[in-house]
Ligand binder design. Structure first.
Ligand SMILES: O=P(O)(O)OC[C@H]1O[C@H](OP(=O)(O)OP(=O)(O)O)[C@H](O)[C@@H]1O
Ligand SMILES: Nc1ncnc2[nH]cnc12
Length: 178
């Protein structure tokens, strides 16, 4: 059995980064480079699941952030046998939705959530691949807070230099801090 530290170091070794993508000055961390290797992807899913299971109080629902958050959020929801809800870029979700405008490291957009998908007080874990400036995660938290959910966040990678954590006022769990 590998320790969590060894698992995380192994994932880090397989994480490829690209300078100046998609814009000058951005160092893009490509999570798909990890998923391309099934053994390493399994290690990542194991560490994430253990982290999600350790969260107190127990998570009752997973919210995935469009689109890379879906890769991990839906797998966790299945493993934990709890609901998965999508937080999507604008214009993708049918029915009544709430919307929040936000800025991220290299663009701006709107995130939306369907009305009635979470209940007041529900323990919701927002899942995404990466925390950079925190714009995306904080918009997702805002949507869930408007619905009066009890929110925590889980990301695979946190880019600590960009200090995204500072603008998010709920607990954030991250696996890899770079
Ligand atoms: O902390 P921030 O500065 O907000 O950046 C982080 C967000 O940026 C990326 O998403 P992106 O909107 O590029 O979409 P994608 O997942 O569809 O590639 C990433 O998956 C996070 O959601
Ligand atoms: N540096 C980065 N790498 C990958 N995804 C990102 N989303 C925002 N900033 C990013």
């Amino acid at each position: 059995m590998m320790s969590e530290n060894d698992q995380i170091n192994l994932i880090k070794e397989h994480l490829k980064s690209y300078k100046d993508f998609p814009k000058q000055g951005v160092v893009f961390q490509d999570i798909f480079s990890v998923l391309q290797n099934p053994k390493i992807a399994n290690v990542l899913y194991d560490v994430l699941l253990n982290k999600a299971k350790s969260i107190k109080p127990p998570v009752e629902c997973i919210a995935g952030v469009d689109s890379r958050g879906f890769l991990f959020g839906s797998v966790l929801a299945r493993e934990l046998e709890i609901p998965f809800i999508p937080i999507r870029k604008k214009g993708k979700l049918p029915g009544s939705t709430k919307s929040v405008h936000y800025k991220l490291e290299y663009k701006e957009d709107d995130l939306e959530m369907q009305e009635g998908v979470v209940r007041e007080g529900q323990k919701v874990l927002v899942v995404d691949d990466l925390l950079a400036t925190g714009g995306s995660l904080s918009a997702a938290c805002e949507l869930l807070s408007q619905a009066k959910a009890d929110v925590q966040c889980l990301v695979v990678i946190e880019l600590s230099e960009l200090q995204g954590r500072k603008i998010i006022n709920v607990p954030i769990h991250s696996l890899i801090v770079c």
